[in-house]
Design a protein around this ligand. Structure first.
Ligand code: GLU
Length: 403
């Protein structure tokens, strides 16, 4: 069969692939511990679940406007004012079917063939492919742990061409957990303000922050930056609502109207029941977030300490999100590493390492190459303390076999 050039340019999502493989092995009775998907292990809070049930019971099960219920758009406006000190009109926000859909639609509306989007690496796996699906060209800026996994204004400036449409800022980052301070964002904004490019601020991990780190958005820097920023967010990570599929975005009214046209001709509205639940999530009791944060911070502390004491591993201490992104170049230098590379024969070392950990340690982690850097792997710590303890013990034992 013949397929479009667009679909042939993209690869399957590696985070989804690792998670599906772990589920398959589990269903076959293999005792796999999954650190693949970035998905909170908590249940969606009760008040939010109840709002969903109430929507079903009261017949709120029909279409809504394709861009979302007016009540939800109002709730999003309130959230931006309350949490981010950003003022939007309801016509400047739109509801999408999950955070991925927000970014995908944005690319479809912004890009012409050959337009460039600057993506700092390590990046979340789907950004480059969604740029490709829209006919655009991902332009990658590499960063390393030593630089706090952050791009500098000079790097940004050097990557901008006449074709650049946007730069992606994902802070705290998936996969590194690195987060930009207000001053760092201000310095990047000074470069962006001199051009006509758009900042895409993916804030999906904004509430998951450690050691008192204060979240900032580049749109807060100046009025010019607010006009030039599209903010992406969603309910999945903050409210443990991954399966409900509610993302949202805010930005220029004309841009939002175009996204609305796209949704009207493609997905139509995000699930009505989920939208009613999202209203409760955004406007109801927020105290549950602090409870989840206590668990995330405890797990972060444990995981980073453990990883840093394993042979060949050094791990950046993340400011936010729920991922550890250990550097494993030292593992590739261990005495017995060649046995792993000979056995799995993958063109990428991080893929061989993850295949080894899957087989030997029965743990599922995602190869660093999926995020643009072969010297790392990603493990999600949004899972139980027991799983983390057992999984890390197994990873340690597997790595010790390579010494
Ligand atoms: N964003 C999450 C992750 O990185 C969910 C999986 C996905 O959609 O990529 O694991």
């Amino acid at each position: 069969m013949k397929f479009s050039d667009r679909i042939l340019k993209v690869k399957p999502s590696p985070t989804i692939a690792v998670t599906s493989m772990a589920s398959l092995l589990k269903s076959q009775g293999v005792d796999i511990i999954g650190f693949g998907a970035g998905e909170p292990d908590f249940d969606t809070p009760k008040n939010i679940r109840e709002a969903g049930i109430k929507a079903i019971e009261t017949g709120k099960t029909r279409y809504t406007p394709s861009g979302g219920l007016p009540e939800l758009r109002n709730a999003i406006v309130t959230k931006f004012k309350r949490d981010n000190n950003l003022e939007y009109k309801p016509s400047e926000v739109i509801v999408n079917c999950g955070g991925k859909h927000s970014f995908y639609n944005l690319m479809q509306v912004l890009l012409n063939d050959g337009d460039e989007v600057i993506i700092p690496a390590p990046y979340w796996v789907s950004y480059p492919d969604m740029v490709l699906l829209a006919g655009g060209k991902p332009v990658i800026i590499n960063t390393e742990a030593e630089a706090g996994f952050k791009i500098t204004p000079a790097q940004l400036e050097a990557s901008i061409t006449s074709k650049t449409r946007a730069v992606v800022i994902n802070s705290p980052s998936n996969p590194t957990g690195a987060a930009y301070s207000f001053d760092e964002l201000k310095a990047l904004a000074e470069v962006i303000e001199k051009t006509d490019i758009i900042a895409i601020s993916d804030d999906i991990y904004e509430t998951i922050l450690f050691d008192g780190f204060k979240f900032s958005n580049i749109a807060n820097v100046s009025d010019t930056m607010k006009k030039r920023t599209v903010v992406l967010n969603g309910c999945s990570k903050t409210y443990a609502m991954t399966g409900w599929r509610i993302g949202y975005m805010a930005g220029d009214q004309e841009l939002i109207a175009k996204i609305d046209i796209l949704q009207g001709q493609s997905t139509s509205n995000p699930t009505t029941i989920s939208q009613w639940a999202a209203i409760e999530a955004l406007t109801g009791d927020q105290s549950v977030l602090a409870e989840m944060m206590v668990a995330f911070e405890r797990r972060r502390n444990f995981v980073i300490k453990e990883l840093n004491s394993m042979p060949g591993v050094t791990c950046y201490n993340p400011e936010g999100a729920f991922y550890a992104f250990p550097g494993v170049s030292g593992v590739y230098d261990l005495k017995e590493w060649n046995k792993v590379s000979e056995k799995y024969k993958d063109q990428y070392k991080s893929s061989s390492l993850c295949a080894y950990l899957m087989e030997e340690a029965k743990t599922a982690v995602v190869p660093g190459i999926a995020f643009g850097n072969d010297g790392y792997f990603r493990m999600s710590f949004a899972t139980s303390d027991e799983n983390l303890k057992e999984g890390l013990k197994r990873i340690r034992e597997a790595l010790e076999k390579l010494v």
